[in-house]
Design a protein around this ligand. Sequence first.
Ligand code: HEC
Ligand code: HEC
Ligand code: HEC
Ligand code: HEC
Ligand code: HEC
Ligand code: HEC
Length: 438
Amino acid sequence: MISCKKRAKSTFLLPFIFIFFVVSSAFAQETAQVGTAGVTPGSAEAAPAAGGGGGADAAVIDAGSTLFKNNCAQCHAVTAEVVVGPGLKDVHKRRSQSWLQKWIKNSSALIQSGDKDAVAVYNEYAKQQMPSFAFSDDELNAIIAYIKQESESAATDMAPSGVPGAEAGAQVGTNAPDAVGGYVDMLLIVLVVVLIVLVITLLIIASVLKNYLKNKTDLTGAEQEMLERRTNFANIYKSKAVRVIVGLIFIVVLVDISIDKVMGVGIQQGYAPRQPIAFSHKLHAGDHQINCNYCHTSVYKSEKANIPSANICMNCHSQIKKESPEIQKIYRAIENNKPIEWVRVHNLPELAYFNHSQHTKVGGVECQTCHGPIETMEVVAQYSPLTMGWCIDCHRNTPLNTEGNAYYDNLVKLHEKQSKGAFIVASNGGTECSKCHY
Ligand code: HEC
Ligand code: HEC
Ligand code: HEC
Ligand code: HEC
Ligand code: HEC
Ligand code: HEC
């Protein structure tokens, strides 16, 4: 009896030990990946500073990262993707260190020297000339170390690139959701493992109990019968409880899929897609203080705030920064008579009606109340949740801007007679379904 109890106890512990191993090894993987990505100086420093190999000094990579962002990022990404020049992922495997140094210093000299690879790349990119860079060898090595580092971290799918959340802007915007998706996947896998382990544990416990009871002699006939009964799978299938559970799981999965769909439509806080041109609100609306409605000309007049056409950009960029490859993209759009394909950030579902002029002009609500500090954003991100609850919350808490608006005078008097509260948007029907739904 005692030994039996003990056995049951120890088998009960087994799954927990197993889970511990699964979880801890998963986390070990995570930290290892973060380590190779060199996100925090701390973790990168822990890696051996073996110059030529995978792990270069964190400070060197940091310097390389800055140099790259300031000089190369407008034409190159460290992925397979072509921006203006080729994607630089794994370029250190295609080319030797000395080739790379020569190329970056003066690519045209290398091309003119007749180097086979240099000529091939030059021809492949329609004979565009990459600018020359007067870097020191240390600086060149730092850039190359950074490219190596990025290539390797890009290879491990989930590793975040660059500095998460901060300036890295477009890159972080595209990579962060992947990383989050990775964590969710991992969590799901752990959950499934836990469930399987639980089932196994229960089966083990059942058989241990059965064995124990079998050895008992003082069982009644009915008890004996129950013990002998074999598990009948047809019965399980017919059982009401099982059907209900399967049905519930099915519904949960369906709901989950439809939530994903809605999210896909674009109601997603923090959504910051990479744009076709590296247009910065920080530079234009922040540093140069260009008014929002210089570009979004309809935002005070109509339902939709427009995205400016390339012609508006040309008011300035026919003169400013003409040689910048990003500005060249505007010229190309105009030459080809094709609009720039900006990726939409905010996206209410069709069923909801939202009107900008009602809020900006009539209501006097600032852009920033809903869109956040746009004038500090390199890449526009969705700041507010844009859910129904968010709209209604504000309507319940915001007094109406009635001053100097004769239309409201009578309504306000009526309201003051009926209730003591402030005359808020909700008092004027701002929470009626039909105001926001057609
Ligand atoms: C104005 C755009 C531009 C900038 C800025 C630029 N490149 Fe390039 N790069 C190119 C183009 C275009 C090519 C393709 C070859 C050619 O046509 O010259 C290229 C090719 C390369 C190649 C060869 C790739 C291969 O597959 O062999 C490397 C390496 C490279 N660039 C590194 C850099 C680095 C490092 C920087 C920053 C210090 C940089 N580039 C800045 C446009 C640019
Ligand atoms: C020089 C022109 C210019 C100015 C000034 C400007 N914007 Fe923009 N805005 C754009 C362009 C171009 C886009 C589309 C590309 C992007 O999303 O970055 C855009 C996109 C946006 C979006 C996202 C639209 C979407 O896709 O859902 C918002 C919100 C926005 N701007 C708000 C503002 C606010 C608020 C200001 C003033 C603080 C402002 N903008 C000033 C040009 C401008
Ligand atoms: C009212 C003037 C004005 C308008 C309109 C304007 N810009 Fe600019 N833009 C500037 C100024 C000023 C700079 C900063 C130039 C500098 O750094 O020397 C700049 C810089 C840029 C840069 C960075 C270029 C680089 O390589 O550093 C990009 C990209 C850009 N603008 C895109 C656009 C786009 C796209 C539009 C149209 C939606 C636009 N701009 C409209 C004034 C304007
Ligand atoms: C009361 C909240 C609110 C205010 C204030 C507001 N916006 Fe918006 N904005 C939204 C919502 C919600 C959307 C999404 C609309 C949609 O998807 O139909 C949006 C979308 C946009 C878009 C994308 C184009 C469009 O119309 O869908 C731009 C550009 C924009 N806003 C600019 C501005 C600017 C500039 C201001 C200030 C002058 C401003 N917004 C003020 C809530 C607001
Ligand atoms: C930051 C506060 C704020 C948020 C967020 C907000 N609104 Fe409003 N809304 C207002 C104010 C203020 C008014 C009143 C404007 C006026 O004076 O008529 C208003 C009025 C309206 C009206 C007209 C109501 C009427 O009585 O005629 C509609 C429709 C509306 N909002 C829809 C929306 C929708 C849809 C959203 C969410 C996507 C939203 N609002 C988010 C502040 C907000
Ligand atoms: C102030 C504006 C506003 C009012 C008032 C409002 N809604 Fe909405 N509603 C929205 C917006 C915006 C969405 C889309 C965003 C979302 O799904 O949360 C929405 C979404 C919905 C959806 C779809 C939910 C989903 O997940 O797809 C339903 C159903 C709905 N509303 C019903 C109602 C009913 C019923 C009322 C009246 C009691 C009402 N709404 C009042 C703004 C409003």
